[in-house]
Each structure stands twice: as structure tokens, then as C-alpha cells.
Write a protein of this length. Sequence first.
Length: 95
Amino acid sequence: MSLWRHFVLALCMVVSPAWAVDGLVLDADTGQPLPLATLVVGTEVRRSDAQGRFDAGPPGTPLKARAPGYARYAGQAAPAQPLVVSLRPLRPKAL
């Protein structure tokens, strides 16, 4: 391999670490993705994209998730790929 290819390979390893976990926020009842859910990963606030995807960070990182109309979630990033966070819809008890 040329020196240039070694450099590019090394750069890819640094820029996109293998320990990052991809996450997915879903509606627990329908299984549909939840776009623009708010997530707190460690100390960083993030949003899920239009398909409910987000970067969950390294395994063991504290993770909280919420979306309007859904119960909150609290847990940790796990090594599963992708990490699935299922949010349960809130059901009003009275009007």
C-alpha cells in the first residue's frame, strides 16, 4: 500500500471511531421512527433526524430521551447496533 493510502486509512479511523453507537428512536406502539426527539447523551443535547436516527456515543454513556406526547426514557448507550429507544405514547387519564 502506498503511503497516501496508509494516511487516508489512519485518518478514517480517527475521524469515525468504531466505538460510536448508532441509535434509533421509535414509537413503542407502532414501531414508527420519531423524528426530532430530544436526546441528552452524556452532557450533550442532540436531536434525532427525520428517520429517528441519532449518534448515541460510546457504550455506557448515560442517555435520556423525550418527545412531545411521549413518556420520557432514561438508560445507557449499549453496544447493540443500532441502539433502539422506544418511547411510549402518553395516554390522558381525564379531560
